[in-house]
Design a protein around this ligand. Structure first.
Ligand SMILES: NC(=O)c1ccc[n+]([C@@H]2O[C@H](COP(=O)([O-])OP(=O)(O)OC[C@H]3O[C@@H](n4cnc5c(N)ncnc54)[C@H](O)[C@@H]3O)[C@@H](O)[C@H]2O)c1
Length: 386
């Protein structure tokens, strides 16, 4: 029997990618309900999924109460994830949740605990894990071809600042209370990819952040160093026109992943991967990458199929809630480091302001005047005396 899915939030990612992904997996899923308080988005969703009016709801709680929903797919902005996921878990539904898992670590931890307590699966859409060149790179790493990974560099300095759906709040990604941060939070894909390729959990984080535009409340540039027990990764993410690409250095060789015109994935398609060892350099046989829309469609399809298999087999999904919580903590730790000018250890203390309130909690810390976070008035902080 197929799993019956209710999608909460009919914004861009839901209608452009989630609905088609389920429709392309008819053996695993049937969409039986949608919810969105924005009437035009709900109607667009209803039309694209072919549902009847009684299957769509302005209030997500009505969707969660339906007997014909086995899986709830949460596609709202991240500050709204917690209440929906906790309620879905209490209703006994399995949950697939968009990234970032939440805007604050406290919210994310509550979601993980709620799913564990209810015995339901909580998977997170870390869809870049399924990009073919990432799968190929990780397979080569696991084969030992480049020896032990020493460090990873993930550059995403050409991120496009895409607005949200017009009928809702197109600029919510620039509101620190809603988004929980700026370009780094939105593109924390780079954080989980770095951890995936360095093959050890992140333990310490340091970072520099800056605004892309004067007066913006969130950062448009984040240069981060993620340390594991024995390895390290640099993750550089920014809106604008900087370069992209991934470099993985091992004790016996390196892998270099290039994207069109040295651009940033997924806007620039994957171009080539080279493997260099003491015997020379060769191009790894990975098909040329797809443009953004088909690439994300394929990765979302892989994400939902993986999720179905995880629910059916009892194994963990590609990105379980607990892993996504660590990715979020690393991201919040980067903001904390940038504000304080220190290296931040993980996990964040649960009674600390940034665990409880995320980037908004920086206001409760002693952020020095010299910090770019304070000088740029990011995340609600102001220069001293202002
Ligand atoms: N994995 C990816 O590649 C990817 C890509 C884009 C967005 N996302 C993530 O998906 C989420 C949504 O992003 P988006 O670009 O679709 O945003 P969006 O602004 O386009 O859409 C948000 C939608 O949520 C709806 N909404 C608001 N409150 C709601 C509620 N209480 N119940 C139900 N619906 C509600 C709004 O009406 C709107 O339709 C974010 O967490 C974002 O980070 C992930």
């Amino acid at each position: 029997m197929t799993m019956r899915v209710g999608i909460v939030g009919c914004g861009n990612v839901a209608l452009n990618f989630h609905v088609p992904a389920y429709q392309a997996a008819p053996e695993q899923f049937t969409i039986t309900a949608l919810a969105d308080p924005t009437p035009e988005r709900l109607e667009l969703g209803r039309a694209s999924s072919g549902l009847a009016p009684h299957q769509v709801h302005a209030d997500a709680l009505e969707l969660l109460a339906r007997d014909d929903v086995d899986v709830v797919d949460v596609c709202t902005p991240q500050h709204l994830h917690r209440d929906l996921v906790v309620a879905a878990a209490a209703a006994g539904k399995h949950i697939l949740c968009e990234k970032p898992l939440a805007a604050t670590p406290a919210d994310a931890a509550a979601m993980v605990e709620a799913a564990d307590a209810a015995g339901v699966v909580l998977g997170v859409v870390h869809n870049y894990l399924f990009f073919p060149e990432i799968v190929a790179a990780r397979t080569l790493i696991d084969s030992g071809t480049i020896g032990e990974v020493r460090n990873v560099v993930v550059d995403m300095l050409g991120v496009v600042d895409s607005p949200g759906a017009a009928g809702y709040r197109p600029q919510w990604r620039h509101d620190p209370a809603a988004a929980g941060g700026g370009v780094l939070m939105d593109m924390l894909h780079g954080v989980y990819l770095a951890e995936h390729l360095v093959v050890e959990p992140v333990e310490r984080v340091s970072a520099y952040v800056d605004a892309a535009t004067s007066g913006d409340a969130v950062e448009g540039l984040a240069l981060c160093r993620l340390e594991t027990a024995d390895r390290a990764a640099l993750v550089n993410i920014g809106w604008g026109h900087g370069p992209g690409g991934i470099r993985i250095t091992g004790s016996k060789g390196r892998l270099v992943l290039r994207y069109r015109d040295e651009g940033t994935m997924p806007w620039a398609p994957f171009e080539s991967m080279t493997l260099t060892t003491e015997t020379g350099t060769e191009t790894v046989d990975v098909p040329a990458g797809q443009e953004l829309a088909p690439l994300i469609s394929a990765a979302l399809h892989s994400t939902v199929v993986d999720f179905a298999d995880a629910v059916n087999s009892g194994r963990a999904p590609a990105a379980p809630g607990r892993d996504a919580l660590r990715t979020l903590e690393a991201t919040v730790a980067a903001y904390t480091s940038a504000a304080l000018g220190t290296t931040i250890g993980l996990p964040l203390p649960v009674d600390g302001p940034t665990h409880r309130r995320g980037v908004i909690g920086l206001a409760d810390l002693d952020v020095p005047e010299s910090s770019p976070v304070r000088r740029r008035s990011l995340f609600g902080l102001t220069p001293e005396g202002v």
